[in-house]
Write a protein that binds this ligand. Sequence first.
Ligand SMILES: C[S@@+](CC[C@H](N)C(=O)[O-])C[C@H]1O[C@@H](n2cnc3c(N)ncnc32)[C@H](O)[C@@H]1O
Length: 254
Amino acid sequence: MEGALPSPNIWNDADTYEVENRAVDRSGLIEAAMERIVAEHAWAGGPGNSHGAAGPTGSPHSWGRVLDIGCGAGFHLPRWAERAEHVVGIEPHPPLVERARRRVADLGPELAARVDVRRGTAQDLPVEAGVVDVAHARWAYFFGPGCEPGLAELDRVMAPGGVAFVVDNDASTSTFGSWFRRAFPEYDPAAITRFWRRAGWTREPLLVSWETDTREEFEAIVRIEFTPDLAGRILAEHPGTSVDYAVDLWWKAY
Ligand SMILES: C[S@@+](CC[C@H](N)C(=O)[O-])C[C@H]1O[C@@H](n2cnc3c(N)ncnc32)[C@H](O)[C@@H]1O
């Protein structure tokens, strides 16, 4: 699909990517930070929004209408469905659209009725203007320097009082960050930070981790993220089933 950026980890091995998603942030720091930011900044911090859908924080539908951009196999959609009135997942890669739809169908009729998976890209969102209360894009390398068309689309679809989140690597620190810098020496964390700040976004740095149940799982997820050579070197020097992982939760209130 035009505008879709290849994502070898999840495109080539969606089963192992599922293991990776289960390994990320088992303590829930990212979602706790999102909860707090929505409570403090969405709808001027008060219950109810421009269309009256959102309720007080903690109520079942407190997040109103959620958009997950680049939702992959839909790993996060059930979590948003627990908080939101309605959830739309956007994904360009057809096999992942199918996987996400199957996941939603497995939620049962009540939750599934409120979740919709659409094929599309960040640059051309199949979503009407001004209807999104909370947007989420995770490991969304299609956002960042050069992604201005995607940011313009966000501006179009966000509702007044909404909050948008982008969750991404902070390669400047942590053990995982050092692996990332070895894989992508041209990656410039300071330039990424400048880009988001210039665009009016706020940074919430978080130190999360990958934790797997077995060494076999740990090795599998390292191998889908790095070249065989680098993965072999990382695994030779890093024992165990976990690694500290710095992320940036970027957010913007509309
Ligand atoms: C690394 S995966 C992350 C998937 C999901 N957010 C998660 O955390 O499980 C990135 C996803 O972005 C999708 N993608 C690639 N280019 C995109 C674009 N231009 N707009 C929206 N999504 C895109 C890929 O197909 C892939 O599913």
